[in-house]
Design a protein around this ligand. Structure first.
Ligand code: AMP
Length: 550
């Protein structure tokens, strides 16, 4: 029988929401969900430390849907839905996050009739007003735009029952403290409030003290023994956008050429999709997840053990208790939601003193999760650049060179010497050999076709900027602070919410770095980076040409 997502039911979530999560391929709650959902359903205020990638969005979205869903269940345009009046509000620091969170709530609320509206700057005010007039159950807003609507009286918060401050530390870093205060004053004192933040500095605690009532504190407990159990494995992370992950994985697998690997995904759906993609790309990949029957899973494991599969694509749940010898590579297609899962996953390689490699694909905003894994394991994760077409070509040629050498050592070439002789009469012998290698390496020409978006990825210090109007930014940390290109790109894309396309050439000096970014995002990046930290330290960020701005 397929394993149902009963882990969610035991948290107090309705059958309907549990069924939705099963359909989305979620196998079990993440730690922050396990802790936060029951507390929110019991209508406690909450002060939760959780970063992007831990599953925090679902941790507050699911309770919101359940708590106010009763009213919305009457269906769209229900009479209870009053124009301009909202029942739940989520405040987020950036427009990207507003879009993401509102999409997530929409996804989880499927079939409930609940209406979610995102409110952020840079998008039509009129359209947002029309949505609010039609009646929104939940709004997901940046503080600036929420305030705009309050001032114009196009949004009314008198009936707000649940309020979430998401990524509260970032909102403060971006200077939204006063706006948040004003917005909170517009909501009833009886509301339930949950504050989520990746860090818990004193400023956050002060807000919590003022606006949360008897909050339950939630910082996910760590398994203390984990570090001691860590095998010695090479650990590498690549910062890639979600849409670029399949192409990036292809290249990484080609470079690494694993003898046997497990690729971990978060959901069943992702396992199925990735398995299909990899099979289409010529790998022998097998899927393993809790949605499969025991019989199917046994068959998969038999094929893996018999060496009939190159890659096993699995969820954590399905891989639990698997006993496979000699796994050379663990790939985290997503950063695991809890650092402990990372330790469990990579514990499957590097066994009995053998060499092992752990590869992690992290999205730009998830660099904090990488840091917390490093803290837990007390081991460094190197941030590397996705192999380029040139890297792959070099590797293929190296493989060709090695196999020609082997062939030469094996001898027994007499039957083809005549052909070589004939060609040698007409051409230089060196050219003949080069032509033969070129034919062997027939895949080379196909390379041009796989020049995808990731070719334009930054984090390659040597390449040109590629930006149409680049601005050089001075960042006051460099090699001595152990800053690498990945840190810079991760921080810029993560903190400022700009895409990696807006980041160009990077130079890293001993004490400072220069990063080229598009002119149109330069100010955003400077503003966002001013409040942020790199490798745990605040850094100076300014335009390179004008030292007075320091
Ligand atoms: P977040 O930390 O909220 O940004 O979530 C990170 C990602 O994890 C999102 O893509 C979610 O869809 C996914 N996710 C959240 N909860 C779970 C879960 N329990 N199982 C699998 N995936 C999840």
């Amino acid at each position: 029988m397929p394993v149902p997502s009963s882990g969610f039911l035991s948290l107090g979530l309705s059958d309907k929401l549990t069924a939705t999560l099963t359909a989305l391929g979620y196998e079990e709650p993440t730690p922050v969900q396990r802790e936060a959902i029951p507390l929110m359903l019991a209508q406690h205020d909450l002060l939760a430390q959780a970063a992007t990638g831990t599953g925090k969005t679902a941790a507050f979205a699911l309770p919101i849907i359940q708590l106010i869903g009763g009213d919305a269940a009457a269906g769209p345009r229900s009479k209870e839905r009053t124009a301009l009046t909202v029942k739940a509000m989520v405040l987020v620091p950036t427009r990207e996050l507003a879009m993401q969170v509102s999409e997530a709530i929409h996804k989880y609320a499927r079939g409930t009739g609940l209406c979610v509206v995102p409110l952020y700057g840079g998008s039509s005010m009129q359209q947002q007003i029309r949505s609010l007039e039609r009646g929104a159950d939940v709004v997901v807003a940046t503080p600036g735009r929420a305030l705009d609507h309050l001032r114009r009286k196009t949004m009314n918060l008198d009936a707000v029952r649940v309020l979430v401050l998401d990524e509260a530390d970032e909102m403060l870093d971006m200077g939204f403290a006063e706006d948040i205060e004003t917005i909170l004053d517009e909501t009833p004192d009886t509301r339930q409030t949950a504050l989520f933040s990746a860090t818990m500095p004193a400023r956050i605690l002060k807000i919590a003290e003022r606006h949360l009532q008897k909050p339950r504190r939630l910082a996910i407990a760590r398994e203390k023994t984990a570090a001691g159990k860590m095998p010695r494995v090479r650990q590498v992370a690549y910062i890639v956008r979600r849409s670029e992950k399949p192409a990036a994985l292809d290249r990484i697998l080609e470079m690494e050429d694993p003898a046997s690997a497990i690729v971990f995904c978060r959901t069943r759906l992702e396992v199925d999709t990735l398995t299909e993609t990899l099979n289409a790309h010529g790998y022998r990949a097998e899927a393993l997840h809790g949605g499969m029957e025991q019989r199917q899973r046994d068959a998969v494991m038999n094929r893996v053990r018999a060496g009939k599969a190159d890659l096993l694509i699995a969820t954590d749940v399905a891989a639990r208790g698997l006993d496979i010898e000699q796994i050379t590579h663990i790939v985290n297609y997503d950063v695991p939601a809890a650092p402990e899962s990372y330790v469990h996953r990579i514990g499957r390689t590097g066994r009995a003193g053998r060499a092992g490699t752990a590869i992690t694909l992290a999205e730009p905003r998830e660099h904090r999760l990488l840091r917390s894994i490093e803290q837990l394991t007390k081991q460094k994760i190197d941030v590397a650049t996705v192999p380029t077409v040139a890297d792959l070509k070099a590797r293929r040629l190296e493989v060709t060179r090695a196999s020609i050498r082997e062939r030469l050592l094996a001898g027994d070439l007499d039957d083809v010497r005549g052909v070589v002789q004939a060609l040698a009469n007409e051409f230089d012998l060196f050219d003949v050999a080069a032509a033969a290698i070129k034919m062997l390496d027939a895949t080379t020409d196909a390379d041009a076709e796989i020049e995808t978006e990731i070719e334009k990825e930054p984090a390659r210090p040597s390449r040109g900027s590629g930006l149409s109007s680049p601005v050089r930014l001075f960042i006051g940390a460099g090699r001595k602070a152990k800053i690498g290109p990945g840190d810079l790109v991760g921080a810029i894309t993560g903190e400022a919410g700009v895409t990696a396309k807006s980041v160009g050439a990077i130079e890293i000096g001993d004490n400072f770095s220069i990063v080229e970014v598009s002119e149109d995002v330069a100010d955003d990046v400077i503003r966002a980076m001013k409040g942020a930290s790199l490798r745990g330290k605040k850094v100076t960020v300014r335009r390179d040409r004008d030292p007075r701005q320091a």
